[in-house]
Design a binder for this molecule. Structure first.
Ligand SMILES: Cc1cc2nc3c(=O)[nH]c(=O)nc-3n(C[C@H](O)[C@H](O)[C@H](O)COP(=O)(O)OP(=O)(O)OC[C@H]3O[C@@H](n4cnc5c(N)ncnc54)[C@H](O)[C@@H]3O)c2cc1C
Length: 375
């Protein structure tokens, strides 16, 4: 009987049909036992299963360096993990918090294909289960620095350990800047939003406020004006920093009321969600505005702390990559919300993860076979 020390893979048992971990004491052993019905059966290794077993064996430390290290376990990193494991790369994903990233805090995701409406936490679990099914090693740690090298790139961890890898996939995401006013965090997902594409749909025919004066704020105010009954665009300065063409488009929108030199001082809930906001103008006059949603666009900061010198970034701190998501340093990839692109969405982050992992796998394969990089 097998000793069940190592989980070989998470799969459906051939006998009981239940999805479970199948275990064996030795990767050469061809008898496995289902941990649910305890039925033993022979395990005929398909080429894919053989590759998964090799990549998944955590005791295989003969080559201490990894093929790829993924930093960040949001949708971008977890998707990269799935593709890296399927490509039989020796992979570790480093996540400092709970896997899922920003996706996990979203109460309702309605635009991820295949799911009409799913709680972001549940979708995170599905991503995680999928990655674990291929045996992805997940290390609960914070990466604190990346040191690019000629042979290997090194990743330093907060616990003092250093890991070497042929490639590094950076997926640390980013954070929306907050107003820091009373009622903001308490009503997150209940009227307070940082993403009109994600949440605008919930405010059909309802009054909303948009805060900010840059391109994103104006674009999103125009977008929301097609859905909501009225939009109050609130900006703390006396002029917008958004481009001229956008400002001209804004001036043509009858449903948008612009309030310059105005601050939001608090967000008020009626118990079920946002009911109004309190604003203060330059003269100090306070006003209460009835809105059911407030969309805050005062900046989004990609987590660029780990981006090493030599990687090109735009003026907002997003990493510039080629179409393979590879940065200016060969073998260092940037994906998801860290990468400069048109939209920050879960589906785009997952797509980036796929591209980067496939490109990294090809790079490692060529490097190990002594061939020159053809691209
Ligand atoms: C409130 C809200 C609602 C949203 N709604 C939607 C929606 O409905 N639909 C949609 O498509 N998109 C939505 N988005 C956007 C979407 O969530 C993001 O585009 C997506 O999560 C980005 O994925 P990512 O993997 O690049 O980064 P993230 O999701 O930000 O994940 C990054 C991960 O990296 C980890 N990390 C960071 N630094 C380190 C480090 N040094 N070491 C180890 N780990 C690290 C973080 O802990 C985090 O788990 C929403 C965003 C927010 C904030």
């Amino acid at each position: 009987m097998a000793k069940h020390e190592d989980i070989i893979a998470c799969r459906r048992c051939d006998t009981c049909g239940v999805r479970t971990d199948v275990k064996s004491d030795d990767e050469e052993v061809c008898v496995l036992q289902c941990s649910i019905c305890m039925q033993e059966y022979p395990f005929y290794k398909s080429p894919m299963e053989e590759r998964i077993m090799r990549a998944d064996n955590p005791k295989d430390r003969s080559n201490p360096e990894y093929d790829t290290i993924i930093i960040g376990g949001g949708p971008a990193g977890l998707s990269a993990g799935i593709y890296a494991m399927r490509a039989a790369m020796k992979t570790v994903l480093i996540e400092k918090g709970a896997p899922g990233g920003q996706m996990a805090i979203n109460k309702g995701v309605e635009n991820y294909p295949g799911f009409i409406d799913i709680n972001g936490f549940d979708l995170s679990d599905k991503f995680l289960d999928h990655a674990k099914a291929y045996g992805l090693e997940i290390l609960r740690e914070e990466a604190v620095a990346i040191e690019p090298g000629t042979q290997f790139h090194s990743v330093r961890l907060a616990n003092g350990e250093t890991l070497d890898s042929h490639t590094v996939i950076l997926s640390p995401g980013g954070v929306s800047r907050t107003l820091g006013v009373p009622g903001e965090i308490e009503n997150l997902g209940r009227g307070v939003s940082y993403c009109a594409t994600c949440d605008g749909f919930f405010f059909g025919g309802k009054p909303v406020a948009v805060v900010g004066g840059g391109d994103t704020a104006i674009e999103e105010a125009i977008y929301l004006s097609k859905i909501s009954s009225e939009v109050h665009l609130i900006h703390r300065r006396d002029r917008f920093s958004a481009g001229r063409i956008l400002q001209q488009r804004l001036a043509m929108e009858p449903k948008i009321t612009v309030e310059m030199n105005t601050f939001v001082t608090s967000i008020v809930s009626n118990g079920n969600g946002v009911d109004s906001i309190v604003t203060r103008d330059a003269e100090g006059v306070e006003r209460r505005l009835h809105v059911e949603g407030i969309f805050i666009f005062i900046g989004f900061a990609p987590n660029r702390k780990l981006v090493p010198a030599g990687v090109e970034m735009n003026r907002n701190g997003y990493v510039i990559t080629d179409e393979k998501c590879e940065s200016a340093i060969p073998g260092i990839f940037a994906i998801g919300d860290l990468r400069q692109k048109y939209a920050n969405q879960i589906v785009v982050a997952a797509s980036d993860g796929c591209i980067a992992a496939l490109a990294a796998a090809r790079k490692v394969e060529l490097k190990k076979s002594g061939l020159n990089e053809p691209y």
